[in-house]
Design a protein around this ligand. Structure first.
Ligand code: UDP
Ligand code: MG
Length: 350
């Protein structure tokens, strides 16, 4: 008898080449879990390659599969969030569709959950098939993040993780739009443990995270959890003031000993340097103000085109909160209300 349910949340964006193999391996891995029923929630993040049609076929063939289709591409982090919003399980596992995260590792995550952890994240031991630039920038980013962010965000951890129902319900109350999901989950606290795994290379297709999206993602990570960059302006200001004072002294001394300097180069350099510092500071302010702007518009975080389940497709009503199948929101009334005041992320990651 299986009395507990595990939900697998899979964000999908143009993954036609991998989705069949993923579904086969994920289903096999979930069936192998003792004492757990399962459901798979695919979130189609505006795919244009026919991924959705394949996913609906899975949903028609298997009542354990649900497909949440976005009206357009809202980005990976938002797709994960929508999947968690629609999950009914006692525990929820988020996993990429490209088989970089092996579904077989889920069994280890479940083991730690059963041992009492509210969050079990999968730590990348080795990473295959990722270029040196990606590895280098990732390492630098996490070093910077750990220095300026008070919440401890473990390094080498992606979005492949298990959350208990309790952790997921708390996570669902966080409706900020420029989302850095791994940071938000760390922020929740509770008992969190890591399980090391070998990250494979992508099974087929190419990454859906070009560098532009990655830079945006990194900025979201920093600005969501730290205001240190804002303070940078103050520090630079002090530094510039100190430099100006020292230079003033040197000008005095030169005057006293009778050296006359033409000074054109010095003035140019000082002017350009100050201009650069001011622009950098304006840019930093802009990053935060832009995020305040997205937040204040209070658009929904995502728009659902349809939900396919048990062979039928429900369309979502305009203006309504994402239309979940009956009974979905009843267990989490707090979120239903926060959903209505939530949030849209502009398609900033596009
Ligand atoms: N993805 C998504 N929306 C996006 C970009 C990616 O749902 O806008 C999905 C993608 O289909 C995959 C997962 O997010 O399941 C991770 O993306 P990808 O493997 O391309 O990223 P990488 O592993 O290269 O960082
Ligand atoms: Mg990948």
């Amino acid at each position: 008898m299986t009395d507990k349910l595990i939900s697998l949340v899979v964000p999908v964006f143009n993954e036609l080449e991998v989705i069949g193999e993923f579904h086969r391996r994920a289903t096999a891995a979930l069936r192998g879990l003792q004492g757990l029923g399962y459901e798979i929630i695919y979130v189609d993040d505006g795919s244009k390659d026919g991924s959705f049609e394949t996913l609906s076929r899975f949903a028609t063939a298997d009542s354990a599969v649900r497909v949440v289709k976005f009206s357009r591409n809202f980005g990976h982090q938002v797709a994960i969030t929508a999947g968690i919003d629609h999950a009914r399980g006692d525990c929820i596992v988020v996993i990429d569709a490209d088989l970089q995260d092996p579904p077989e590792v889920i069994a280890q995550l479940v083991e730690e959950w059963r041992a009492g952890s509210e969050v079990v994240y999968a730590v990348r031991g080795e990473r295959e098939g990722e270029g040196p630039l990606k590895l280098l920038t990732a390492a630098a980013f996490y070093r910077l993040l750990s220095r300026i962010v008070k919440v401890e965000i473990p390094a080498n951890v992606g979005d492949f993780r298990l959350m208990s129902r309790r952790a997921a319900d708390h996570f669902r109350a966080l409706r900020e739009k420029d989302r850095f999901v791994r940071g938000l989950v760390s922020w929740l606290g509770f008992r969190q443990t890591g399980v090391e795994y070998h990250r494979d290379k992508r099974f087929a297709g190419v990454t859906k995270y070009p560098y532009s999206k990655m830079v945006r993602f990194a900025l979201d990570g920093i600005t969501s959890f730290s205001t240190v960059p804002l303070r940078l302006a103050t520090w630079l200001g002090y530094l510039a003031a100190l430099g100006a004072f020292l230079y003033l002294m040197s000008v005095f001394i030169q005057k006293l000993v009778g050296i006359t300097v033409e000074g054109w180069a010095t003035i140019m350099v000082a002017m350009l340097a100050m201009g650069a510092v001011q622009l950098i500071c304006l840019g930093i302010l802009g990053e935060y103000i832009g995020r305040i702007f997205t937040e204040i518009k209070a658009r929904p975080m995502y728009i659902i085109d349809s939900v396919t389940e048990d062979g039928s497709t429900y369309s979502s009503a305009p203006g309504a909160a994402p239309a979940p199948p009956a009974g979905l929101t009843s267990s989490t009334p707090t979120v239903a209300s926060s959903e209505s005041r939530a949030s849209s992320q502009q398609s900033v990651r596009d």
